[in-house]
Design a protein around this ligand. Sequence first.
Ligand SMILES: Cc1cc2nc3c(=O)[nH]c(=O)nc-3n(C[C@H](O)[C@H](O)[C@H](O)COP(=O)(O)OP(=O)(O)OC[C@H]3O[C@@H](n4cnc5c(N)ncnc54)[C@H](O)[C@@H]3O)c2cc1C
Length: 412
Amino acid sequence: MKTVETDLLIVGGGVAGSALACALRDSGYWVVLVEQRTGRLDTARGDHLQPCTVDALARWGVLPRFYERGAGRRLGHEFRSQTGESLLRADYSELPIPHPYFLVYDHDLISETFLDLASEGSNFDLFRPAVARDFKVVEGRIRSLKIRADGEDVLIKPHIVVGADGSNSIVRSALDFATFEHAYHHPVVVLLSPRPTRLVPDNYFFRYSGPDGVLGIHQRMDGQIKITLPIGAEGIPWWKKSSKEDRACALGRRADILKGCDSTVAGFYAARMIRAVDNVSGNVVLVGDAAHSIHPARGQGLNMGIANLQQLIDCLPDVAEVSRAEKVRQALLHYQGQLRPLLDRTINRHHQAATEMDVDMGAGTEGAALICKHNQKIREINARPELRRMHLLEVTGYPFGAPSEAEPDYLA
Ligand SMILES: Cc1cc2nc3c(=O)[nH]c(=O)nc-3n(C[C@H](O)[C@H](O)[C@H](O)COP(=O)(O)OP(=O)(O)OC[C@H]3O[C@@H](n4cnc5c(N)ncnc54)[C@H](O)[C@@H]3O)c2cc1C
């Protein structure tokens, strides 16, 4: 059996794991990544990188590579009533932040780009496809992982293990991390459609809300739009069987602008929150959905998986000390302590937004009244400068203030 010793073992090459491998290229740490997939990730997930995530890409020196591969920019967003009345319209240039825009890049391309960039480094091994399941855990630390790759058995002996293996994380299970879980009532359906020509500007995100419910419209790299909405009493079977006309009608009830649109169903997602109570244990740290998988209501799960990585890197022991178990334990605990205030706040705010989106709809129901109240709240945010600024800071990933104003310990 081949034995590979490494400083960091990353399990999972979705956006979180691949971004970490990319950020660590040429850092001096030896990095091994194990990914079970052969194909690409599902394109219908997060594809808008927040300004704070763009800042991380710029610091890692890889931002130009995303533009070379066709990334676009989203400059603002507008919340509208179902008839198109503007409730709140904001441009990110209102904030003093280094990159006042979202980077628009298809989900399935994000991890492929990060992995390509990581592979350009001199200290990186990628095992793909290879499934991680055979861990040896001694005294609360993962000492080794046995995999089968390219027809041979490989024993990987890491100093640090990063669980980046998504919401059903096997790394999380291997160390018995406790989790908090919450299931929302309504699963989410994602549809793709050509962009209606009346939907302007073409570099904004739109959210429509009215008596028949809420939906979000992301603009994609390919000129299409991605429509995300919670499924109501009609249920998943209805969407599966629905004709183009059925869908146009259902979407048109929620947003006038989508009347007659030609959509296809891209996927269904059980809406649930799974949060590891601790992010670290022994020599293991969880990142991305393995640590916190959240409802897609505010479209930030992807970003939470990338934006915190620089904090983790900054906390790692020096390369010369990474083999010392106590140094690793202290470093990971320090990371968890730094991360907690931001994480707690972000997850709580997500839960609030998810709950607002998760109401039962239908004429005359309590749900319609709630949406009406919610729209009123959005108008108020728009009208009051301090609320509007807070809203924009949260959306762009700087809930504690723009980098020049934030608390020093929040800054990565
Ligand atoms: C409908 C929907 C819409 C969303 N919209 C947005 C949005 O607009 N904005 C946003 O920011 N986020 C959004 N998200 C969330 C975002 O897509 C996720 O938070 C993010 O992709 C999670 O990335 P990850 O790398 O942590 O996990 P994953 O993408 O799940 O990657 C985990 C990887 O680990 C691999 N793996 C798993 N187990 C093993 C194993 N045992 N061995 C080896 N490899 C393994 C998997 O193959 C996979 O490649 C959305 C999510 C959904 C469901």
